[in-house]
Design a protein around this ligand. Sequence first.
Ligand code: NAD
Length: 267
Amino acid sequence: MAVDYHLEGQVAVVTGSTSGIGQAMATALVEQGVSVVLNGFGDAAKIEADRAAMEAKAASGARVLYHAADMTKPAEIADLIGYAKSELGRLDILVNNAGIQHVAPVDEFPDEKWAAIIAINLSSAFHATKHALPIMKAQGRGRVVNIASAHGLVASPFKSAYVAAKHGVVGFTKSCALEVARQGITVNAICPGYVKTPLVEMQIDDQAKARGIPRERVVEDVILAAQPNKAFVEYDHLAGMLLYLVSDLGASTTGAALTADGGWTAA
Ligand code: NAD
């Protein structure tokens, strides 16, 4: 992005940044000269190649590190935040992004899927924020951005754990924002509609085959049924929101749940 948000020299942790939205948010920060600690699962060689490629393109000598914390494990999350501080000397930005999904009726929802979704999509944001705030308070400035979802504001059937976790993230965002409002720290949630991640791409092909209808109809009638503008959210739309929130331009915005959902939650 061409705009300069004056973020050079800052340090960020982005959870779940080995793919999809988290990887795009980490890239946007690195392009602004922010050093980033990546996190998430995946093939070790691919993670290292992606990390090195991101660092090679970094602005102003920003560094890109990786920490393998499992977001279901509070001690590993504490270690991730401590690693950012010990390796990079500070922590200015925390993006709580890691998340998973499982779709099933409530009365058939597997207990272990419920527990994993609550742990990764909700509790990990608590644990990471808990350990990041003392560092940000000592610095007198900080930014926490939680990647929630349109499902943090409205519901769909068969996604009970995800909707409960994402509504929880929005509530957690508001409560934290009130606690640190006098300390130069903002806490906000971004609530995207459908983003065209590789997973969604595959769903389009599968649904087109299964239903015997063209890809465009799958997109409009099935995937984007709830999204009035009938267009996917692009990574850049989310990066723009993130960079606004973490820069000084976002200083007055706190406790907010900002939508990027093509009008979904207005309906
Ligand atoms: P993705 O599957 O591409 O990425 C998820 C990331 O989380 C990966 O890096 C994965 O390794 C990591 N992760 C999963 N479990 C983890 C664990 N236990 N510990 C550490 N890392 C773990 O998904 P995405 O679509 O990019 O989603 C990212 C976030 O955005 C999620 O919170 C999701 O709910 C939210 N979101 C996505 C969409 C969408 O349409 N894709 C819409 C709204 C909100």
